[in-house]
Write a protein that binds this ligand. Structure first.
Ligand code: FBP
Length: 334
């Protein structure tokens, strides 16, 4: 057991010693993610003072209006990896195509990233996040291609997220447990604050945008009706907690139990969230913490991506709560 306050780099080194099969360049990869997160944390906290609030007037590849912080986040991540020789390519929510890092032709990894999750919160001082998943490359040197990008989440070697909230927290897994680090701004260091996070089997909150309730599958409506009925023996009614940032809602479910879901609806026929850089990384984290993540029918980590900005219906959180959602959706209502 590492001591609370252990630095992120020390913790990764120790993890690499315990699991040499995944050691490789992991510490450098995570250190670069942490470096980008520190820059983002500083800029997000003073965005209103440095003209970084508001829209840029462009849309990202999946049609979302881009915020100045979306662009800043994307550029910060690319710069953090550009000259490291660590990643051969970056798949980002803000980029139409994978960005191949020319000088890293022999790099061993591919990074999938949502530089700024919860962009609708930037101008109202709400929580936002960064979500990342890292895959070993498959192609030969200089031949990056589809087989590097269109992956199954189960192939990830590292995944995690950063939450920029009341404090800045980085949570990661390398497939051996889930650990959380809090940024000490004075030291400029991420220090261990949550070791071996285990997601409670069941919670007492759910996170979903009820504005879409009428569009949802009738069985999902039944699930909501059931979860909001009173029955203390099953911790019902569950309270609604929806922050507008997946990372913040997921972080609560990971620590206190509960679930987040964004099913298909009239506006989002395949759900809203993107498989490669939102759902798959968080699914790896949550499964490592004994939670679950699916489309309501299929395990997220088993889905082979068909294109890089593919969306999927998404439910994630406490194992029993997600299983109950799946039961309702597949009509096995209790
Ligand atoms: P971004 O990465 O573009 O912010 O999109 C994802 C997201 O903002 C999630 O963080 C959040 O849970 C959801 O979309 C909010 O969507 P809606 O405004 O439709 O409820």
């Amino acid at each position: 057991m590492a001591k609370i306050g252990t630095t992120l780099s020390q913790h990764i080194l120790e993890a690499g010693q315990r699991h040499p099969e995944v050691a490789g360049q992991l510490s450098m990869l995570l250190s670069q993610i942490a470096f980008a997160a520190k820059i983002l944390s500083r800029e997000i906290s003073r965005a209103a003072l440095v003209g970084k609030l508001g829209l840029v007037g462009e849309r990202n590849p999946t049609g979302d209006a881009q915020k100045k912080l979306d662009i800043f986040g994307n550029e910060t991540v690319i710069e953090a990896f550009a000259n490291t020789g660590l990643v051969a390519a970056i798949i980002s929510e803000e980029l139409e195509e994978p960005k191949c890092i020319a000088c890293a032709a022999d790099a061993e990894y591919v990074l999938c990233i949502d530089p700024l999750d919860g962009s609708s919160n930037t101008d109202i001082n709400g929580s936002v996040g960064t979500i990342f998943g890292i895959y070993p490359r498959k192609s030969e040197v200089g031949k990056e291609g589809e087989k590097d990008f269109l992956r199954k989440g189960s192939e990830q070697v590292v995944a995690g997220y950063v939450m920029y909230g009341t404090s800045t927290v980085l949570v990661y897994t390398i497939g051996h447990g889930v650990h959380g680090f809090t940024l000490d701004h004075d030291l400029g260091e991420f220090l261990l604050s949550h070791e071996n996070i285990i997601c409670p089997e069941r919670g007492h909150t759910y996170s979903a945008n009820l504005a879409h309730y009428r569009d949802w599958h009738p069985n999902i409506q039944k699930f909501i009706d059931y979860m909001t009925q009173s029955d203390p023996s099953t911790s019902r009614p569950y309270s609604l907690r929806y922050t507008g940032a997946l990372v913040a809602d997921l972080h609560r479910s990971l620590l206190e139990g509960g679930l987040y879901f964004y099913p298909a609806d009239a506006e989002h026929r395949d759900g809203k969230l993107r498989l490669l850089y939102e759902c798959a990384p968080l699914a790896f984290v949550v499964e490592q913490a004994r939670g679950k993540a699916s489309t309501g029918i299929q395990r997220i980590l088993d889905i082979q991506a068909k294109f890089i900005h593919q969306r999927v219906p998404f439910v994630i959180g406490s194992a029993e709560d997600v299983e109950l959602f799946e039961k309702f959706l597949t009509k096995e209502s209790p």
